[in-house]
Design a protein around this ligand. Structure first.
Ligand SMILES: Cc1ncc(COP(=O)(O)O)c(C=O)c1O
Length: 353
């Protein structure tokens, strides 16, 4: 069998590695684990799994609607935010149109774009940030989607809010802007914080995406959500599978949303871990990017792939960034203090090798 020509150059997603019995700092998961309230809710769902879940994800849909103060018609729940990226392209991106994004960003934007036979246009970044000028200059008549990642994976950087607004103001309303905010819970720079909730009221072509995989600690359950205008969300609902999010995931995410203690604790642990990483990396004289997420991106003095492989042999998985176009860099998830001890213990010998 031959795959379709647009699928030909695609390779299967490379997930963050795991060291058997070791420490996984390669996929930006919450090192504190899931919200305890979510574990309880998951147990409670066990005796009702013979019943199909609610098609739109109630009662999670209502809880998000209350939290964001947004009408339920403007919300959609997905099987991870990854699924919502595909649904957005299924509904709005056609063959021979194009999608614009940045060079060093999340691989699923290219994947979702190519699935629908459209061209993917990655543009250079400025200081490892999305660059509004570069993005706008790549946009043409055939551009239907602009992908923004804020904070960006893998650099941890954010765009100044005024730059995001400039992109939105400059684009035609027929171009969908997908603003991926998977890491927004971890932001601690208030000046950099976007008022996404107001932006979706002003721009009917803006789709914001968030996830329960990061600070809520539910990556294995696969739950994300999107919000935007009623019209935009209606397009996504048309193309989604009837029961796209399973009942256990809906129940657990609903409970996690109300577990404010776990959220606050995770945020505080991330702040401490970031400081620890900054101090340790500075002591080793390694360049790193200041992050607004739950990972730090570090430049190594040589090709990062073999160095990361040596660390993996030593029981610590980090993400080498060659596939993101950054061959000398690794991305390390902000782990617990014990995990970060192990990270530094394995990094130093791997560098000296
Ligand atoms: C920027 C970004 N968006 C989305 C996701 C995936 O989120 P989900 O688990 O909700 O599919 C990730 C996961 O690493 C990510 O880094």
């Amino acid at each position: 069998m031959r795959v379709k020509p647009n699928i030909e150059p695609m390779i299967p997603y490379t997930p963050g590695r795991r060291a058997p019995g070791g420490i996984k700092l390669s996929s930006n998961e919450n090192p504190l684990g899931p919200a305890p309230a979510a574990i309880e809710a998951l147990r409670r769902t066990a005796d009702s799994i013979h019943i199909y879940p609610d098609q739109l994800g109630e009662p999670l849909l209502r809880a998000i609607s209350d939290t964001l103060e947004i009408d339920r018609a403007r919300l959609i729940i997905g099987n991870g935010s990854d699924e919502l990226m595909v649904l957005a392209c299924a509904a709005y991106l056609d063959r021979d149109e194009n999608a614009v994004s940045a060079r060093h960003t999340f691989s699923q934007y290219e994947y979702a774009t190519r699935l629908f036979c459209a061209e993917y246009r990655p543009v250079p970044m400025r200081d490892y940030r999305f660059d509004a000028d570069a993005i706008l200059s790549a946009v043409d008549q055939e551009t239907r989607v602009v992908w923004l990642c804020n904070p960006n994976n893998p650099t941890g950087t954010v765009m100044p809010p005024a730059e995001v607004e400039r992109i939105l103001r400059s684009l035609d309303r027929t171009t969908l802007v997908i603003l991926d905010e998977a890491y927004h819970d971890y932001m601690d720079d208030d000046d950099a914080r976007l008022d996404t909730r107001s932006l979706v009221d002003h721009y009917p072509n803006l789709l914001a995406l968030r996830t329960f995989s990061k600070i809520y600690g539910l990556a294995a359950l696969r739950v994300g959500y999107g919000f935007g205008s009623t019209e935009l969300i209606e397009g996504l609902r048309r193309v989604k599978q009837p029961f796209n999010v399973n009942g256990a995931a809906i129940a657990a995410a609903h409970a996690a949303l109300g577990d404010h203690k776990h959220h606050a604790h995770s945020l505080e642990a991330n702040r401490e871990g970031k400081r620890r990483l900054y101090d340790g990396l500075s002591a080793l004289d390694l360049e790193y990017l200041e992050t607004q997420a739950n990972f730090v991106t570090v430049r190594l003095p040589a090709d990062a792939t073999p160095i990361a492989a040596r660390m993996l042999d030593d029981g610590v998985a980090v993400r080498p960034l060659a596939s993101f176009g950054l061959p000398e860099w690794i991305r390390v998830t902000v782990g617990t203090s014990g995990q970060l001890d192990r990270f530094f213990e394995t990094l130093e010998p791997a560098l000296r090798y």
